[in-house]
Design a protein around this ligand. Structure first.
Ligand SMILES: [Zn+2]
Length: 498
């Protein structure tokens, strides 16, 4: 090979390499990588988690020390307004930058996941770990953050969505009948945030459309008009969401749904967008075996921190809103338990069908309990279950009552409860048992003589057995599926009956 030929050969190799690398960067552009690494954000959570809060039902008074009494010169705390029943709501301010961001949580009293994550975020902002000093510095110099944790403390104490006037605050943005709605609007008008984070929880039965995955996080850049148009304000919210979605795709692929953007003229999110604040709705949904939403809390923290960093660096401006529209829609097709193709005797016929069970949480004086009911029957092929059981070899058998009574609950053990179940018995009388006692046993306990549970019907309690070839295989007790060869396998929240 002559010297010239050798040179052109080298050049062609180089050109080929350049072309090849262009091709691969083209491919990687399909998934926009988050601005900050997943492991760094996980580490930030690990060092910031507020350990005094581990459960999502808390009274306002229990978390007030995490809000009103932080006593830090970094995070300024001041009174903002009072709830209908006179509880003081606070605002916390951080940073001195030109871009203003407002984050508010728990406008709906029983939606506390993001509030927990805000406590973690406060710890992060006040933290001293040197590895995160550049992030804190960036947020402090570029942003002015205003946090309003627990907008609706009266509803939080009752663990209800609405406030003490029984008004849904997210339908009170215009009428402003509630004091909480008035101070939220007033602070928006005085602060004039560039960005707003409207933090909620949604039902755990939302799934990512077309998949069995729960919509662990749902997002929305709310519309500001009925035509759902996009202006620069809404576009910026969509761009921030694209970065959040990319982070979740890395952390937990296909667990994000996009909320319907139908314009709601009474809602705060829609009106914030209309009033000129780029508004981002985050809805915390469900995650398998996470009843206290602690996994989802971690994702809330990571998403909020990532979004704030992306706003501070203006990296969000690189995002394309086509990627926002490509986020899958939310759907409402999840149930707690779906039994597929089980045999059941109904109306004198032996038929095969799917049974769908939902376990609702019900608030009660003795602590919340779970009420598992048959939510749907028939062809449930379009639904998904957090738990599913293929039942073509299974037949429903009605449960019996234990013929004798116990004289006290101290006589009952988990082993004894399982022995009753393995004998086909599910209802048990315990004399003198207080009504409404929340207990962990996989039995229907009552203080009066136990009666056989009602059979299969729509809306009835989900209490029956599944047999295979005449042998009992599973119990469904108050909607909880129990493999009789094993144990209950999880904590249950049952309530005693009179
Ligand atoms: Zn809500």
């Amino acid at each position: 090979m002559s010297k010239l030929h050798y040179l052109s050969f080298l050049i062609s190799l180089l050109v080929g390499a350049v072309l090849f690398s262009c091709g691969s960067s083209e491919d990687s552009r399909e998934r926009v990588s988050p601005a900050y690494s997943l492991s760094q954000l996980e580490q930030a959570y690990a060092v910031s988690k507020e350990e005094s809060v581990q459960e999502r039902r808390f009274l306002y008074a229990d978390v007030l020390p995490l809000i009103a009494a932080r006593g830090s010169d970094k995070l300024a705390v001041s009174p903002l307004g009072k709830s209908v029943e006179g509880q003081q709501v606070y605002q916390l301010d951080y940073g001195k930058g030109p871009v203003k961001v407002m984050l508010w949580s728990q406008m709906h009293g029983n939606e506390s996941t993001a509030t927990m994550a805000l406590f973690d975020l406060f710890n992060f902002l006040e933290g001293e770990q040197p590895e995160f000093a550049p992030w804190r510095e960036l947020l402090h110099e570029r942003l002015q953050l205003k946090f309003i944790p627990v907008v609706n403390p009266d509803g939080a104490d009752r663990w209800i969505r609405r406030n003490a006037l029984d008004i849904d605050l997210n339908r009170d943005a215009i009428a402003q009948v509630s004091s909480e709605a008035r101070f939220l609007k007033a602070v928006r008008d005085s602060f004039e945030p560039d960005f707003g984070f409207n933090l909620h929880d949604q039902q755990t039965y939302y799934n990512v459309k077309g998949t069995a995955n729960p919509a662990t996080i749902s997002v929305l850049a709310p519309a500001y008009n009925a035509a759902t148009e996009v202006n620069a304000v809404r576009e910026a919210a969509m761009q921030v969401i694209v970065g959040m979605h990319a982070l979740m795709q890395e952390a937990e692929p296909d667990h994000v749904g996009k909320y319907n953007d139908a314009f709601e003229p009474r809602a705060f999110g829609d009106n914030f967008q209309k009033w000129g604040t780029s508004t981002i709705l985050i809805e915390s949904g469900g995650y398998p075996n996470d009843p206290e939403k602690q996994v989802i809390r971690k994702y809330n923290f990571m998403l909020m921190l990532q979004a704030l960093l992306a706003i501070a660096t203006e990296e969000y401006k690189q995002q394309n809103i086509a990627d926002y529209y490509a986020i899958p829609d939310n759907d409402l097709k999840l149930m707690d338990l779906v039994l597929r193709d089980v045999q059941v005797e109904l109306a004198g016929q032996e038929v095969r069908m799917d049974l769908g069970v939902k376990r609702r949480e019900v608030e009660a004086a003795g602590g919340y309990f779970v009420q598992g009911v048959i939510d749907d029957m028939g062809d449930l092929s379009v639904f998904y279950g957090y738990e599913e059981l293929e039942g073509s070899a299974l037949r429903v058998r009605e449960a019996e009552a234990v013929p004798e009574a116990l004289s006290s609950l101290t006589e009952l053990s988990m082993e004894q409860a399982m022995a009753y179940l393995r004998a086909g018995q599910m209802a048990l009388q315990v004399k003198g048992l207080p009504e409404g006692l929340v207990h962990p046993y996989p039995l229907l306990l009552s203080s009066s003589p136990a009666s056989k549970p009602a059979g299969i019907s729509l809306g009835a309690g989900a209490n029956f057995f599944l047999e295979e070839g005449g042998e009992l295989r599973y119990a469904v007790v108050n909607g909880y599926l129990i493999d009789l060869a094993e144990g209950p396998g999880r904590a249950m929240r049952m309530r005693s009956r009179p």
